[in-house]
Write a protein that binds this ligand. Structure first.
Ligand code: SF4
Ligand code: SF4
Length: 376
């Protein structure tokens, strides 16, 4: 197992001699939730079940404090991240876990995967597109909306199924882990209250991530917390925009199919524009941090980390270019950009279960189980 974890990024794990300094300095380690030393030991001796049953992997925020203090340069923060990649593979359904493992371990495989999943939507769009009106923009006459709906819903169901399988497997394994070490009875009311607290505090406000950050608004604007918030809210806003466009066809779909101008102040359009700005800011900042390696948590990037951030940025940028071409009334450029934009969005969702996108679901689940079972 240790070789698997090394291949997933824990390249210095052998240097650890279990001194415990990392656990002592970790701002989030406490009581029964004692990490990262314990996780490193489990990985070194190959106790796979213990790792998959523990929520500790997901309670770590990758702030890098432990790595700065390690006397052996064993990079415990990166080991925690490598173990999260390992768990993501192990929680996946059979077949998908093989693809996941190959994507993490082989750049050639990952690139081939991306190329195939870029070619599929391109072929679909080139073969299914409708009339090309070059005098006025009739977006959904060029590519009928129901095709987008069918392809989107099919892909969504597959991704949702993969994620649901992973979350169910993690839920049962982690519940076993936290039940073994819980210190009191699990009450149904606490279980429900913690669920909503986790949704509001950890998902919507990303509060736990804030604990590793420096204080003050200036620092916060470039902090990991703010970058995560802008990516999360940008992505969520665009998702809501898409769903509203689907549910309220007279607002977006009908005008786009008939070449009727949609003002930029139209509420759904405006939500999409603002959400796109958030997404572009967050993804750009995250990429800049990784390029500069300015912080511990951005000093080591895996192929999947780049893939997710680049697709998020491209989704935001192509969306904006598409909007600009639409408002500049350039039909052919608008159709070309729609093709590129939909291909990027298709790729983004295709890689989602194998990247940190999946972590965004596993982490709140781990926090909820830990709190409701008195683990933290
Ligand atoms: S990772 Fe470093 S600080 Fe942590 S136990 Fe190992 S040697 Fe000590
Ligand atoms: S990266 Fe931060 S949160 Fe994670 S184990 Fe190290 S010190 Fe703790």
């Amino acid at each position: 197992m240790v070789d698997d974890v090394k291949a997933l990024g824990a390249i210095n794990i052998d240097a650890c001699f279990n001194c415990g300094t990392c656990t002592a300095v970790c701002p989030l380690s406490s009581g029964s939730s004692s990490f990262p030393r314990r996780m490193i030991t489990y990985a070194q001796i190959g106790v796979k079940e213990k790792i998959l049953e523990s929520p500790d992997l997901w309670l770590c925020n990758y702030c890098g404090e432990c790595t700065k203090s390690c006397p052996r340069q064993a990079d415990p923060a990166e080991t925690m991240m490598a173990l999260r990649r390992y768990a993501t593979i192990e929680y996946s359904p059979p077949g998908v876990s093989f693809i996941s493992k190959m994507i993490y371990k082989s750049k050639a495989f990952a690139l081939s995967f991306l190329i195939i999943f870029s070619i599929i939507p391109l072929i679909l769009m080139l073969s299914l597109h409708g009339s090309i009106n070059s005098t006025s923009i009739m977006l959904f006459s060029f590519f009928p909306e129901h095709y987008i709906d069918i392809i989107g819903v099919t892909l969504g169901i597959i991704i949702f199924g993969i994620m649901l399988f992973g979350l169910a497997k993690m839920y049962f394994m982690t519940r076993k882990g936290v039940t073994k070490s819980n210190t009191g009875p699990v009450r149904i009311l606490k279980w429900i209250v913690e669920f909503f607290q986790t949704i509001f505090k950890e998902v919507l406000a990303q509060e736990r991530l804030d604990q590793c950050e420096m204080k003050g608004w200036r620092q916060r604007l470039s902090s990991e917390w703010f970058i995560h918030m802008t990516i999360f809210w940008g992505f969520t806003g665009l998702l809501v925009t898409t769903v509203l466009g689907f549910l309220l066809p007279t607002a977006i779909s009908v005008p786009l199919a008939n070449g009727i101008y949609i003002p930029i102040t139209e509420p759904i359009r405006l939500l999409g524009t603002l959400s796109g700005l958030f997404l572009i800011y967050g993804a750009s900042m995250a990429i800049i941090n990784r390029v500069n390696k300015s912080r511990v948590y951005s000093s080591y990037s895996y192929f999947t980390d780049w893939a997710l951030l680049i697709f998020l940025l491209l989704a935001g940028l192509t969306g904006y270019l598409l909007e600009m071409a639409y408002y500049l009334n350039s039909p052919l450029i608008t159709y070309a950009l729609l093709t590129v934009h939909l291909t990027v969005v298709f790729d983004l969702f295709a890689v989602a279960p194998f990247t940190k996108f999946a972590h965004a679901f596993y982490r709140p689940l781990a926090i909820w189980l830990s709190r409701s079972h008195n683990y933290i």
